[in-house]
Write a protein that binds this ligand. Structure first.
Ligand code: SAM
Length: 225
């Protein structure tokens, strides 16, 4: 349960400088930094994708969001160690993690149109019919994701559970603010490669020879249809 979680009232209330101290300087207001988060790794688990994205996009702020306390702590320690051991002054300073329930209050963390990419990698499948409403892609939640994504931004999904893949595709297809990107686009996109191989869950699936189902969607301009 997450009733002990604390949420900022608005993105302005977030202490971003605690997460990304490298991007804060003395001339700024408390808590503020010179950039905003552009990439969210939702349910980041042990952080393999967050770390890989930090390397791929060294000038872009990446935020992992994870609901389990100890897993979040693990990722925090992992990122601090990477920062300390990096030869670059900005090495891994662009990646951070917060504990939070991504199914709640995302607009408290991010402004409208702030994000360019959101990743949903190997989300919990919630197999049972009566648990489907707990899935992280639903029509209601997609409207929130559309709110925090900028026009042209992309939702990335990957799973080894075919039923969940079909569920996500069905809901994303039906949503007026998202349009599926085709296989050619997937093959050319660097992030699809990264998310297929960088996460801990993805590596496990590879070891077990399992399938991975990918679906990516572009955030359409509001009022485009
Ligand atoms: N994305 C990682 C990977 O591919 O290795 C982790 C996959 S794991 C199967 C799913 C993760 O999502 C778990 O770490 C779980 O704690 C987290 N999670 C589940 N529901 C969540 C929520 N509502 N908000 C944030 N994280 C959540």
């Amino acid at each position: 349960s997450d009733h002990s979680l604390e949420y900022p009232v608005s993105p302005d209330e977030m202490d971003w400088s605690k997460l990304y101290p490298y991007y804060h300087d003395g001339g700024m207001e408390e808590g503020q930094i010179s950039k905003t988060v552009e990439i969210a790794d939702i349910g980041c688990g042990f952080g393999g994708l967050t770390v890989a994205l930090a390397e791929e996009f060294p000038d872009t702020l990446i935020l992992g969001m994870e609901i389990r306390v100890q897993v979040t702590q693990y990722v925090e320690d992992r990122l601090l160690a990477l920062r300390e051991n990096s030869d670059e002054s900005n090495g891994y300073q662009n990646a951070a993690v917060i504990r939070g329930n991504a199914m709640k209050f995302l607009p408290n963390f991010f402004y409208k149109g702030q994000l360019s990419k959101m990743f949903f990698c190997f989300p919990d499948p919630h197999f049972k019919q009566r648990k489907h409403k707990a899935r992280i892609i639903t029509t209601t939640l997609l409207s929130e994701y559309a709110y925090v994504l900028k026009e042209g931004g992309v939702i990335y999904t990957i799973t080894d559970v075919l039923d969940l893949h079909e569920w996500m595709v069905k809901h994303l297809d039906a949503h007026p603010l998202f349009e599926r990107l085709d296989k050619e686009w997937e093959q050319a996109d660097r992030c699809v490669q990264i998310m297929s191989n960088a996460t801990e869950e993805g590596k496990k699936v590879s070891r077990n020879g399992g399938d991975k189902w990918v679906a990516c969607y572009r955030r359409l301009p509001s009022g485009a249809t």
